[in-house]
Design a binder for this molecule. Structure first.
Ligand SMILES: NC(=O)c1ccc[n+]([C@@H]2O[C@H](COP(=O)([O-])OP(=O)(O)OC[C@H]3O[C@@H](n4cnc5c(N)ncnc54)[C@H](OP(=O)(O)O)[C@@H]3O)[C@@H](O)[C@H]2O)c1
Length: 225
């Protein structure tokens, strides 16, 4: 992986320099509370491939960034739609799944390390694995607060586009990790959403770093406040 931009890197990071796992981990390390989004997209902006999942549009370089961001995180936050579409299993890092309908996706049904965050209106009962956060709609700020209290300050949201747009709209997101992989999928927005889908947002960001390997561009941006 080579550095294109990494002005604030905690090591000597000249453009063109090659970096390995230790340096990539250092670029994604954090101190203090953080909500970071991580997505992969094609060069034409699709967040999934022809088969409707992101596995068909990612790359080795994207995997390296994905793994580094997971190592840096205390807890993962994922929308139920992504868990269903991608058949997400539990990870080494604890996971909180957001669902309005409180339907625990099959792939995490009996997994103690996975919490479902939902509403009182869903009829679900509060317990260690089920958090009631909000009446009719899920209060995402409350989910974040509970996730931090239970697991630690650094929250990594791995999508999907509906949840990510709502988190950005609520002003809760601090950083965006995004890989562009050298694919084009065309098609419609309905079949291939962008990385944010649903509510409108208007947010500017500042580039923290940009890396390249095999035609994948791997970036990290900080939301301007
Ligand atoms: N490129 C990438 O990096 C990436 C990452 C993740 C996903 N994806 C792709 O994105 C697609 C799925 O998109 P999506 O927008 O459906 O994903 P999503 O945001 O994970 O799922 C939407 C569902 O999650 C729950 N949800 C989301 N936000 C909520 C909120 N604020 N309050 C309550 N519930 C909320 C709801 O579940 P209930 O219906 O259970 O109430 C909603 O129907 C798939 O094709 C997947 O492969 C791509």
């Amino acid at each position: 992986m080579r550095i294109l931009i990494a002005d604030d890197a905690p090591f000597d990071a000249r453009p063109g320099a090659t970096v390995g796992e230790a340096e990539i981990d250092a670029l994604y390390a954090s101190t203090g509370p953080l909500l970071r989004l991580n997505f992969v997209a094609t060069l034409d902006g699709a967040a999934n491939g022809p088969d409707g999942v992101s596995g068909s549009i990612n790359s080795d370089a994207d995997h390296q960034g994905f793994a580094a961001m997971r190592r840096a995180a205390d807890v993962l936050l994922v929308g139920a739609g992504t868990v269903r579409a991608e058949e997400y299993g539990p990870a080494r890092t604890p996971m909180v799944v957001v669902s309005r309908h409180a339907q625990r996706p099959e792939s995490v049904r009996d997994k103690d390390s996975v919490v479902l965050a939902t509403t009182r209106a869903s009829g679900a009962q509060e317990d260690e694995r089920t958090w009631l956060c909000g009446e009719e709609t899920v209060d995402l700020a409350m989910v974040l607060e509970r996730a931090r209290q239970a697991f630690g300050p650094h929250v990594l949201c791995e999508g999907g586009p509906t949840l990510a747009a709502e988190l950005v709209a609520a002003g809760l997101v601090d950083e965006l990790g995004l890989s562009w992989t050298p694919h084009l999928v065309g098609g419609s927005r309905g079949a291939h959403p962008r990385i944010l889908d649903g509510v409108d947002v208007e947010v500017d960001l500042t580039c923290q770093h940009l890396l390249e390997e095999g035609g994948t561009l791997l970036g990290l941006w900080r939301v301007d406040r």
